[in-house]
Design a protein around this ligand. Structure first.
Ligand code: KG4
Ligand code: ZN
Length: 338
């Protein structure tokens, strides 16, 4: 079936056409209009500006998505849209646009959870991938270890108790003078530094939980930089980035290793913007190879927010009978375990 999908939960407006069946998962088009340049001026996402920017481009990118897929609206079988979690004003733009489009064209409308969408990005890269498996979703707003029991049944088994992993990368990058969002630049900077130069705390909380905590690690970096500045000492920024990355990456790797042992899954699926981190990918490749686990990672183009991933998850929700009517709403917070 052909699905027209929308994503507008944060600072990317995206429309995509995906072709899905039980034997085929194909991206026909995936248009992403990023607002990063606009928000960079403010050092972070400004919610009202994000909503307005979504409104400005959503019609245009929908036409682009259909045109680039080589189809007409009348060829579409269902409409999928992210309705949770995210910035409420941003989500409402996508939800209302998708709702109007679906009902004006008499098409089924399917609400999709953004976190589930991130995981579903992997279905395009790995045509044989199917649940059950363990997943890590690490992005700017979320960091969760999830037991994916079926295409639609997700259970969170561990999560960050404070900052998301991407948020920690962004905040540390900001104090190092990098531009928002800092994850990709931190990734590159860390390659030139000594990961053992600065002793930093782990983001693990203890051995009896799969939860993580990145705020102590982030504060330790800020304190290190403040102390150095007070003493008038020069700081090697690459060493700071490398030491922070080592602690964040080994903490995540340790928790995922524990989760794999605990739940016995033979496949680990990585998802979300932080899944693009080369140090994290290398560390998980090693851990999974040592343990004989299959590791699935989306291509870099599908790690960040995009509508193709929402289209993939829409297919499985649709197959499971999920439909929304004209009362569909958006929710800023939403659990995957429903
Ligand atoms: O999934 P995403 O595009 O949006 C959210 O749902 O939040 O993730 C964006 C986050 C940002 O915090 C960004 O800095 C981070 O992913 N990120 C990275 C890398 N590329 C993007 N973090 C670490 N290393 C990267 N290479
Ligand atoms: Zn996301």
């Amino acid at each position: 079936m052909l699905i027209l999908a929308f994503e507008s939960s944060c600072d990317e407006t995206s429309a995509a056409v995906v072709e899905m069946s039980d034997s085929e998962r194909k991206i026909r088009s995936n248009i992403v209009a990023s607002q990063i340049e606009t928000h960079r001026l403010y050092g972070g996402v400004v919610p009202e500006i994000a909503s307005r920017a979504h409104s400005e481009v959503i019609s245009k990118i929908t036409c682009e998505a259909l045109e680039s897929a080589g189809i007409k609206l009348s060829d579409i079988d269902a409409v999928g849209v992210t309705n949770t979690p995210g910035l409420i004003g941003a989500l409402l733009v996508g939800v209302n646009f998708a709702k109007a489009l679906a009902f004006a064209n008499d098409l089924p409308l399917v609400p999709v959870n953004h976190i589930k969408g991130h995981v579903a990005a992997n279905y395009f890269e790995y045509p044989d991938l199917k649940p059950p498996f363990l997943a890590l979703v690490a992005s700017g707003g979320h960091t969760s270890v999830i037991s994916v029991d079926s295409y639609t049944d997700y259970k969170t088994v561990g999560h960050t108790r404070d900052d998301a992993a991407g948020e920690a990368f962004d905040k540390v990058g900001r104090v190092l003078g990098l531009s928002y969002p800092c994850g990709a630049e931190m990734d590159v900077l860390a390659r030139d530094g000594d990961p053992d130069a600065i002793k930093l705390p782990m983001a693990t909380i203890g051995n009896d939980t799969l939860d993580l905590s990145f705020s102590g690690l982030k504060t330790a970096v800020v304190n290190y930089l403040n102390t150095a500045s007070q003493k008038g000492e020069q700081v090697n920024r690459a060493d700071v980035a490398a030491s922070f990355t080592k602690s964040a990456v080994s903490s995540i790797t340790q928790k995922l290793s524990m989760a794999l042992d605990k739940y016995g899954y033979k496949t680990l699926v990585l998802a979300g913007g932080v899944a693009a981190n080369s140090h994290l990918r290398a560390s998980l490749e090693k851990m999974c190879s040592d343990k004989g686990i299959r590791l699935c990672m989306p291509p870099l183009s599908l790690c960040g927010d995009n509508a193709a991933m929402i289209g993939a998850q829409c297919y499985y929700e649709y197959q499971n009978g999920v439909r929304a009517d004209e009362s569909l709403n958006a929710f800023a917070t939403g659990s995957v375990s429903f």
